[in-house]
Unconditional design. Structure first.
Length: 70
């Protein structure tokens, strides 16, 4: 979800960016490159999302491809 607080960054060190985001309790998504689609930073558990996934995709066949976990 985006509420307007967006920053587009370029880095070759995604691990360092992920650590910095986690320290500041911020989140991000890798848009391009080998880790495209990967969530980085601080992603607290989303109880509603997990519950919805368990009902619509109980075998977790589609969730992993569209929303990769860390």
């Amino acid at each position: 979800m985006c509420a307007g607080a967006v920053a587009w960054l370029f880095t070759n060190d995604v691990a360092a960016l992920a650590k910095a985001l986690d320290v500041e309790r911020l989140r991000g998504v890798v848009i391009r490159g080998p880790g495209a689609g990967r969530r980085i930073g601080h992603w607290p558990p989303d109880v509603f999302e997990e519950r919805l996934r368990s009902v619509l995709d109980p075998g977790n066949r589609f969730s992993a491809a569209s929303h990769p976990r860390r």
